[in-house]
Design a protein around this ligand. Structure first.
Ligand code: PEP
Length: 256
């Protein structure tokens, strides 16, 4: 049994209304119980940034185990109209921010170097980066999973030092598993997570790596969640579609 933080992150994508947001947070507040509090468990929601301020206010009234985050920042700290920077995310009260979600990697062609800058800026601002990595189906079939992850991790984390107060999360989300009903089997997820942990250890050293939660994402639902998170190197889950069904999302949180 490891001592790392267990975390479930809900990715709200572009879904949501003010009412849904309020209902969800209240429902999730009820899913957080003393068992979670005693077991270093955190629940986080990454919401469309327009809702973030209000969600933070509401979450603070519900539980300090309920964190709110955003889903991207721009690396330009001052001038990029329409975007959010690391320091605005911090000023709003965001505790975490997704970096490099596969929808951005593929559609916007953002590169690992921009993710490196985002990770650095977020850590400096005191907002936890949740760095998403993962291979495409073509890369997997070509036997390139390890090579792709190695490149994504080394380029994004080169020269990064972690402090004690702002955790870094690594989210392994194979592109083909996202919203596809093709979640990885727990055994396969465990094997890749163990590889990722070894890679992180080579880059950051064992002590720092032991503090990093490695999170699985891709078609997690209330049937497969428990077996996935039971794996020794699967420290958390990133959940997209299944969190739009409140009952299912709550059931997943209750099982962890
Ligand atoms: C996601 O988009 O980050 C995600 C994990 O989605 P889903 O759970 O729907 O696969």
């Amino acid at each position: 049994m490891n001592k790392r933080e267990k975390i479930i992150i809900g990715n709200w994508k572009l879904n949501g209304s003010k009412q849904l947001m309020q209902d969800t947070l209240v429902e999730l507040g009820q899913a957080i119980n003393p068992h979670h509090a005693a077991n270093n468990f955190t629940l986080a929601i990454c919401s469309p940034s327009i809702y973030v301020g209000e969600m933070i206010q509401l979450a603070m009234q519900i539980s300090n185990k309920l964190l709110i985050g955003c889903k991207n920042i721009n690396t330009d700290p001052h001038t990029f109209t329409g975007e959010l920077s690391a320091h605005t995310a911090k000023a709003m009260g965001c505790k975490l921010c997704l970096v490099g979600h596969t929808e951005r990697r593929t559609a916007l062609n953002e590169g690992n170097y921009s993710y490196h800058i985002k990770v650095k800026q977020l850590l400096a601002a005191g907002v936890s980066p949740a760095l998403c990595i993962g291979e495409t189906l073509e890369e997997k079939l070509a036997g390139k999973t390890y090579t792709v992850l190695h490149q994504q991790i080394t380029q994004a984390l080169a020269g990064i030092t972690l402090g004690d107060n702002t955790p870094l999360y690594i989210v392994y989300e194979p592109a083909y598993a996202i919203s596809s009903s093709q979640a990885l089997t727990p055994v396969f997820a465990q094997a890749v997570h163990a590889d990722i942990r070894r890679l992180l250890s080579d880059i950051l050293g064992a002590t720092q790596t032991n503090k990093i939660a490695i999170i699985y994402g891709g078609s997690v639902n209330h049937d497969n969640a428990l077996n996935l998170i039971a794996q020794p190197d699967v420290d958390g889950l990133l959940i997209g579609c299944a969190n739009s069904n409140l009952q299912h999302f709550r059931a997943i949180c209750n099982k962890v």
